[in-house]
Design a protein around this ligand. Structure first.
Ligand code: AMP
Length: 195
């Protein structure tokens, strides 16, 4: 089973992707985690990506498509994968379509985690405060309120247009992302059962 998880920053995609990984034995492909690892490794690409991420902007489609295409060729993806954070633009969604066809693969379901943006802003502000006070052991450098506000704007402008793209293809399922973690996980399982 090959799945895309869609939703704004702070919707809980990473948490749900981890649960799906355990529940179905799928591999979680988080482009944000891949870019943070590249940033930490100090390569030129990693340094450039970190600067873009810290500004709340998107890394170029060309780089992201290349990273995902290469990653999908790894043997662990054969059992199925969950894309968490990719695609993030219509161009990435189109490129994903083309690369999956070329690799003889297809998506089974695109799950949108719908959230109330006002509540989400509070949730993210809490995460930013935790990061600021170092209450988190792994603070993200893009978790300040200013950067998160920018990331939400970028989501609305560049990522939300992917929703109709997948709706037209009959792949889009929407779950209530504001429920508890367990409830969201159950809703996702339910939509996957019929996918
Ligand atoms: P995330 O961990 O998914 O919230 O991603 C953190 C940051 O990494 C984003 O704000 C972007 O700067 C960058 N990023 C992650 N995935 C992508 C993608 N598919 N396309 C462009 N930039 C991305």
């Amino acid at each position: 089973m090959n799945i895309v998880l869609l939703g704004p920053p702070g919707a809980g995609k990473g948490t749900q992707a981890e649960l799906l990984q355990e529940r179905y034995g799928l591999v979680q492909l988080s482009t944000g985690d891949m870019l943070r690892a590249a940033g930490a490794s100090g390569t030129e690409l990693g340094r450039q990506a970190k600067a873009v991420m810290d500004a709340g902007q998107l890394v170029s489609d060309e780089i992201m498509v290349g990273i995902i295409s290469q990653r999908l060729d790894a043997p662990d993806c054969q059992a199925g994968f969950i894309l968490d954070g990719f695609p993030r633009t219509v161009a990435q969604a189109e490129a994903l379509d083309a690369m999956l066809t070329q690799k003889g693969l297809k998506l089974d379901c695109v799950v949108e985690m719908a959230v109330d943006e006002a509540i989400l802003a509070d949730r993210i502000a809490g995460r930013a405060a935790d990061a600021g006070s170092q209450a988190r052991s792994d603070p993200r450098s893009d978790d300040t309120i200013e950067v998160v506000t920018k990331r939400l704007e970028v989501y609305r402008a560049q990522t939300a247009p992917i929703l109709p793209f997948y709706k037209e293809r009959g792949l889009l399922k929407t779950v209530d992302g504001m429920a508890t973690i367990d409830e969201v996980a159950k809703s996702i399982e339910t939509v996957l059962e019929v996918a």
